[in-house]
Design a binder for this molecule. Structure first.
Ligand code: C2E
Ligand code: CA
Ligand code: CA
Length: 541
């Protein structure tokens, strides 16, 4: 995945992770408020129905008692009984005596009864003699419930009048101001009374309850918005907590790629996975005939935007982090796949890879090189491994063993940057390498400093005696080429010939200088070249 796609994915995951606690909290809160709202209206409905039943029952009991005391007329002692009854049955507004035609003859209050009309009639369970009536009273046509029963003697009846307000006592389960609407109906559907706001939003919690004894039904409605408003505190706290969790998760997800970005080792790891480390090839030239003898492979970090990063900016970290081993395997495979076709027709070409000190600590490099090149179009004998003299090895014994094992595979080992370190000639001798690469500082000093010339001549003697090849590095001008040739050096690399080139350019260069058709024919110069001390070794058969 590219780093851009990775970042996008991380942000998407972050947003998702951030939204989840918010969504979960919202769901929980909705459910909680819904359950609490439903419970509250049901409790209110049950309460109202129960209270009405209890208060109407009290009125019935009181009427029974009054009747039992023989009250049947508007006589003074009878009215006295009614007045006493009114004291004990507080929800009753008035006790009265009704004539055989149902008209109110008198009441305990003593005031003249206003116009009264029965609007609806209901029954009381188990009491065929008692009726419950919905009345309209007075000029304002106020609604009342009336309980009526016959007197024990005579044709008159006794009645108790109750205001519906007292039956609809609005309550709230949580003791908050009542914002619900309560409605009570008689069995036939006539509305006994209503309390609470007249108009309610359609989104409401609804519950109903019944008083079977009096045939009354009660319905309570509570707007959902009211319940949600009551839980605004909880909602705010919840959102704050969920938001904090969301922010933490989001931050973690969003910062992850950032941390990667800030962590150069992770950056190298990602680049390795994305195949951003690519081989560049600096041609090694046979300066006796100007032909290409191979190349040194130099790693480049090619970023997705095309920027090329030089090895000095990432190799030290790759080495200290241990990533270098995997990077080298990747680089060798890339060279094998990119160069294989060209190399199979040019078996004299050699490819030099730069190894780090850590590669000489154990045998894994031997197995890697074998696994990558054995049986491939680049033969093991065409592989050169360079070991720098700049940083002396920590374990010479192990290095010697690894070098011998590599040579056993047919691979050539070169000592790089000779002269740049301070290891001395004995070091080179102990390692038993195949090629010496003379560092640029000696090449630069060539012709100016006699000591440099002397060292090069000593190195040449040593190489000749030990049958080692010599390559001059960092050759920048033609005078240097001439001076090297005069001292018997045959192989060189440097900007005077070519800088490190991308694979495609290097392929074009070898195709132009050594066309396949030409190299496949036996060359007259071959015998001559073999007779020379060819710095890159004899041309493979
Ligand atoms: P080195 O092995 O000594 O590589 C030669 C360096 O000199 C290269 O620098 C090359 O571009 C540069 N060079 C070549 N010709 C000339 C010239 O005429 N004049 C000058 N001034 N410089 C020239 P580069 O490619 O930047 O590599 C630097 C170092 O990074 C290499 O030094 C090598 O030690 C290390 N390196 C490069 N690729 C790899 C790799 O794949 N693995 C490891 N472990 N190290 C690598
Ligand atoms: Ca090198
Ligand atoms: Ca070098």
């Amino acid at each position: 995945m590219s780093s851009r796609a990775y970042k996008l994915a991380a942000v998407a995951i972050g947003v998702l992770m951030a939204a989840t606690p918010l969504a979960v909290f919202k769901l929980w809160l909705d459910d909680y408020v819904r359950r609490e709202g439903a419970f509250e209206v049901q409790t209110a409905a049950n309460h109202v129905a129960g209270l009405a039943e209890q208060r109407l029952g009290l009125a019935v009991d009181e009427l029974d008692k009054v009747a039992g005391r023989g009250v049947a007329s508007c006589r003074g002692d009878h009215l006295e009984v009614l007045r006493n009854a009114n004291f004990s049955a507080s929800p009753v507004k008035e006790f009265s005596i009704l004539g055989p035609d149902g008209r109110t003859l008198c009441s305990d209050l003593g005031i003249a009864p206003g116009e009264r009309a029965v609007v609806a009639l209901g029954e009381i369970a188990g009491r065929g003699d008692v009726a419950i009536e919905l009345m309209q009273v007075g000029a304002r046509q106020e609604r009342f419930l009336r309980i009526r029963r016959p007197a024990i003697t005579g044709a008159n009846a006794l009645a108790a009048l109750l205001p519906p307000d007292l039956l609809l006592t609005p309550i709230s389960a949580v003791g908050a101001p009542v914002l619900s609407q309560t409605q009570m109906r008689l069995a036939g559907g006539a509305i006994v009374g209503e309390s609470g706001p007249a108009a309610l939003p359609t989104e409401s919690f609804v519950a109903s309850a019944r008083s079977d004894r009096f045939g009354l039904s009660v319905m309570v409605l509570l707007p959902r918005s009211v319940k949600f408003r009551q839980h605004r505190d909880l909602e705010s706290i919840g959102y704050m907590i969920a938001g904090a969790i969301a922010l933490l998760l989001f931050g973690a997800a969003a910062l992850r790629p950032r941390r990667d970005h800030d962590n150069p080792v992770v950056e190298i790891e990602n680049a390795l996975r994305a195949g951003e480390f690519v081989p560049y090839y600096q041609p090694v030239i046979d300066i006796t005939n100007a032909r290409i003898r191979g190349a040194e492979v130099l790693m480049r970090w090619r970023k997705p935007d095309g920027t090329i990063i030089p090895p000095s900016r990432f190799i030290p970290l790759a080495e200290s982090s241990g990533l270098i081993a995997e990077m080298m395997r990747h680089l060798m495979r890339a060279v094998r796949d990119e160069m294989g076709n060209a190399v199979i027709h040019r078996p004299f070409l050699r490819f030099g890879f730069n190894l780090s000190a850590c590669h000489f600590r154990d045998d894994s490099i031997v197995a890697d090189v074998r696994e990558i090149f054995e049986g491939s179009m680049i033969r093991l004998s065409q592989v050169v491994l360079e070991l720098t003299e700049r940083h002396p090895l920590d374990n010479l014994t192990s290095a010697r063993r690894v070098i011998a094992a590599l040579q056993g595979l047919g691979v050539k080992v070169a000592i790089d940057d000779v002269g740049a370190g301070h290891s001395g000639l004995s070091y080179i001798l102990k390692l038993g390498v195949d090629i010496i690469k003379i560092d640029k500082i000696f090449i630069d000093a060539l012709g100016h400093e006699s000591s440099s010339t002397t060292i090069i001549e000593t190195l040449m003697d040593l190489a000749r005696n030990l049958r080692m090849d010599v390559i001059a590095e960092g050759v920048e001008n033609f005078e240097q080429v001439v001076a090297l040739r005069e001292r018997g050096i045959r192989a060189a690399q440097g900007y005077v010939f070519a800088p490190p080139l991308p694979g495609s350019a290097f392929l074009q260069l070898i195709e132009a200088t050594d066309p396949v058709a030409a190299v496949q024919e036996p060359l007259p110069a071959v015998a001559h070249r073999r007779a020379l001390v060819n710095p890159l070794g004899p041309r493979a058969a």
